[in-house]
Design a protein around this ligand. Structure first.
Ligand code: NAD
Length: 298
């Protein structure tokens, strides 16, 4: 029988969104300042279109000024850099996000590094990565997905993770590496695993906290989980399932939710776990960028 807590990311994100909306209203009233988010999308990737539309809607819902720049898939890199330069110098805009992945002819690093670190609400600029990895977390824009994961971990284990072992599966710059840095800052003993890690199940079995960010459906099963562990499933995988003789597509995580729930203390579901928190942390970062721009936060 499963005793694990289902970590409700949707409910937590809704609660946080309400706070952000209230703080935005207060910022407008008291300081005449409206947070502004600019989202740049290049090309027609259907998943990216959905993500970007949701980000814009959510920004408006929070009371932000929200703009979307849609560029053709064959846009020249100089034109992208010119647009980012304009946004860097636009006082109405406090957060800039370029939706990834980019078309092959564009250089992701050149583009992400051209965003002003003060408007880098995705936390991909080297200045923000440097602040995060050197432990100056309070001063950095932290990438949204690991920032959201961390809030859910804190809810179940507290802010100080001293004495706890954490295993992060995946070493991407967007999730795995910043996740490891945040856990380390919170005093966990952190192991980062990846596709070349030997005996992954054995390593995971030792962990009080497991964060899976791989992109392999149901890879982490209950047999890998230490009893009482907190399990955060970042993976988003589309799989085909048979329902009443029909093939349907559904989203699933990197963790086999049911078997993990047999052993763990708490597990995030997919969907409804990490996903909703990610977009909310983008709003959190944008509000913070606006407050910082006006000297209202240090
Ligand atoms: P990525 O492809 O950049 O990185 C995947 C990582 O998994 C790599 O470091 C790789 O070494 C590791 N890996 C691959 N196969 C492995 C294996 N067999 N054993 C151990 N490690 C293995 O992906 P990413 O951008 O970090 O995203 C990971 C997953 O999280 C994807 O499913 C993605 O869709 C999802 N994601 C979700 C959110 C969200 O908001 N919920 C945000 C970002 C990414």
């Amino acid at each position: 029988m499963s005793n694990a807590i289902r970590i409700d990311g949707k409910a937590k994100a809704a609660e946080l969104s309400e706070q952000i909306t209230a703080e935005t209203a207060a910022l407008k009233e008291q300081h005449g300042l409206q947070p502004g988010l600019a989202v740049v999308i290049i090309g027609e990737d259907p998943a990216s279109q959905v993500y970007v539309r949701n980000k814009g809607k959510r920004a408006e819902g929070c009371g932000f000024y929200s703009v979307q720049h849609s560029l053709d898939a064959d846009v020249a890199q100089d034109a992208v850099l010119e647009l980012i330069d304009e946004l860097n110098n636009d006082d109405r805009i406090h957060g800039i996000l370029v939706q990834l992945p980019l078309p092959d002819h564009l250089d992701e690093q050149t583009i992400t590094q051209s965003i002003s670190p003060a408007k880098d609400v995705d936390g991909f600029h080297f200045i923000n990565i440097g602040k995060l990895t050197s432990g100056n977390v309070a001063d950095a824009f932290v990438p949204c997905t690991p920032a959201g994961c961390m809030l859910m971990i804190e809810d179940h284990l507290g802010a100080d993770l001293s004495g706890l072992k954490a295993v992060v599966i995946g070493r991407s710059n967007i999730v795995g590496k910043p996740m490891g840095a945040l856990l380390l800052k919170a005093n966990a003993t952190v192991t980062t695993c990846h596709s070349r890690t030997p005996d992954l199940p054995g390593v995971v079995r030792d962990a009080d906290i497991v964060v899976a960010a791989v992109g392999r459906p149901n890879m982490v099963t209950g047999e890998w989980i230490k009893p009482g562990a907190v399990v955060i499933d970042v993976g988003i995988n589309r799989v085909e399932v048979e329902v009443d003789g029909e093939t349907r597509s559904k989203l699933t995580g990197d963790v086999d939710y049911d078997s993990a729930c047999e052993v763990a203390k708490a597990v995030t579901p997919v969907p409804g776990g990490v996903g909703p928190m990610t977009i909310t942390m983008l709003m959190f970062n944008t509000l913070r960028a606006a407050r910082l721009s006006a000297g209202l936060e240090s």
